[in-house]
Write a protein that binds this ligand. Structure first.
Ligand SMILES: [Zn+2]
Ligand SMILES: [Zn+2]
Length: 205
């Protein structure tokens, strides 16, 4: 059972103790919900939604040091503890490493969220969209956008409570970044051709 809709129906009501966030606590996550080279922001949006976790609680568990959740942490290996986050999500460390950037370390990330509206409509944001200087979505060919169509706010690409509380939406006005209605639980995976394009783009940087 890999559909998010099915898992959502099966999800018990969680009584949340934020001191006890650990894999054995029974969080729900499935790597089949992930697209190729999905960004850490996109992964955590899904994780938070699926488990009804507020952003300010989630931020506090991404690294061992105490953090101000509204200040947040860098969405990079410098901010996020890869092993810890892989453990919470129940995914291989490689998935988290790729979600944090180019594993070659050669490709810097933009400091503000960049997105492809058509990918956002599917509930997907890739780390490739975030590579500094990337102009087009490898899957769709569309120009990447920065900032919200509705209010103009350019969200920082940073793991803070505001951004994590607004899945696939502008954290200021809450308007979705995608142009069509998003249903995270039923959206189908990217077609193979697009997955290949995304993978090729990741490795070409
Ligand atoms: Zn796209
Ligand atoms: Zn906005």
């Amino acid at each position: 059972m890999h559909s998010m809709a099915a898992a959502a129906r099966a999800l018990p009501i969680l009584t949340f103790d934020d001191a006890a966030l650990c894999p054995s606590f029974g969080y729900v996550f499935d790597t089949h919900w992930l697209g190729p080279y999905e960004s850490i922001v996109s992964i955590l949006w899904k994780f938070a939604r699926m488990n009804a976790l507020p952003g300010h609680v989630l931020v506090g568990h991404l690294c061992a040091q105490p953090v101000d959740p509204y200040e947040g942490i860098c969405a990079s290996p410098a901010g996020v503890e890869t092993r810890r986050v892989a453990g919470i999500l129940g995914v291989p460390m490689k998935v988290v490493r790729c979600a944090l950037g180019s594993t070659s370390g050669r490709r810097p990330l933009d400091s503000h969220l960049r997105h492809c509206p058509r990918c956002m409509s599917r509930g997907y944001h890739s780390i490739v969209h975030q590579f500094l200087g990337a102009m087009h979505c490898p899957a769709h060919g569309d120009w990447l956008e920065q900032g919200c169509d509705a209010c103009g706010h350019a969200a920082e690409y940073r793991l803070d409570a505001q951004l994590l509380d607004a899945p696939f939406k502008c954290p200021r006005c809450r308007r979705p970044y995608g142009r069509s209605t998003i249903n995270l639980w039923t959206s189908s995976p990217l077609p193979k051709r697009m997955r290949t394009a995304m993978t090729r783009a990741y490795f070409s940087y």
